[in-house]
Design a protein around this ligand. Structure first.
Ligand SMILES: [Zn+2]
Length: 303
């Protein structure tokens, strides 16, 4: 990315217990990518713009900055940087890791703050990990993991059907979805005990069961501006945003805000806020509060 490019060719940082692998740091805006050229977590070396930074490293940072632009600048989601929870945190670090060191996942997003960031031990950072095998051209993993940071900044709830289902939904920001999943009986789904149980037991699949159908049924069809689509391109020139259709951002923003407003009720049921934040944010007792937020928004918009 030329417009934001400022590569920090750094620094003999040693990661973890590995002693011989040199990590380097690439900066694009507030995003810092920590990567290695050798060893288990080595990134693909292709560097078509010959700027000394592997393209995949630039492309990861570009996708995250594109996600920030679409979620915050275009659709007004609260920025986790500067949220009450993360008020003194100003940067995001991405560690490119070997997939085998990440429970075989493509990405991980951490809710805790990295107190001494790798790019500056005097500064804290939010952080995510991306597998060295993930290709931002094909995988929307950077967007998915970045959306988790938005979720963490917006509410402490961590139930998997919400957390992973909605993060899967968020991938639509950069992906093209040819046919959006719908549910002709969504009002029934939101009442029926068996459907409810299926939602609560789900994770990524809840995007299809609930979050996309909700977006479509409430007619929240939005367009990503051509300005952003032109601006965010990978090193090889390919657009980050595969199309301009994005279903549901206003609905999801409202769901997150509404969830925040019921945190105290869930915490009280669990025995107090401190205890809830420590041990209760994934508890099944939370499910009814989160689903009630969804139902209320659905019923209000439909009436
Ligand atoms: Zn996830």
């Amino acid at each position: 990315m030329k417009f934001l490019l400022s590569a920090l060719m750094a620094t003999a940082l040693m990661i973890g217990s590995m002693t011989s692998v040199r990590a380097e740091i690439y900066q694009q805006g507030i995003v810092y990518v920590n990567y290695e050229r050798e060893g288990d977590a080595a990134v693909i070396a292709t560097d078509v713009d010959n700027n000394g930074v592997p393209d995949v490293v630039e492309d990861i940072a570009t996708q995250i900055n594109a996600a920030r632009a679409v979620f915050h600048d275009e659709f007004g989601f609260p920025d986790p940087l500067g949220s009450a929870r993360y008020k003194n945190v100003k940067t995001i670090e991405v560690d490119v890791c070997a997939k085998k060191d990440m429970n075989n996942q493509n990405g991980l997003a951490f809710s805790g703050v990295r107190k001494k960031s790798k790019h500056n031990p005097n500064e804290s950072a939010l952080h995510i990990s991306i597998a060295s095998t993930a290709d931002p051209h094909k995988n929307s993993t950077p967007t998915h993991e970045y959306f988790h940071l938005i979720q963490y900044g917006a509410t402490y709830f961590r139930n998997g059907w919400y957390l992973e289902g909605m993060a899967r939904w968020s991938q639509d920001a950069v992906q093209e979805i040819k046919k959006y999943p719908t549910d002709r009986n969504l009002s029934w789904t939101l009442k029926d005990k068996a459907s409810e149980a299926k939602i609560f037991a789900g994770k990524y699949g809840v995007a299809k069961l609930l979050w996309y159908p909700l977006s479509v049924d409430l007619n929240d069809k939005q367009k990503i501006s051509s300005k952003l689509i032109k601006k965010y391109r990978y090193v090889d020139g390919a657009a980050v945003f595969k199309d301009n259709v994005f279903y549901g951002p206003n609905v999801m923003k409202r769901v997150l805000a509404s969830m925040k407003s019921v945190e105290d009720e869930a915490a009280n049921e669990f025995g107090g806020r401190k205890k809830w934040i420590k041990d209760g944010v994934r508890n099944a007792q939370n499910n009814k509060y989160i689903l009630k937020c969804v139902r209320d928004i659905y019923n209000e918009r439909r009436s």
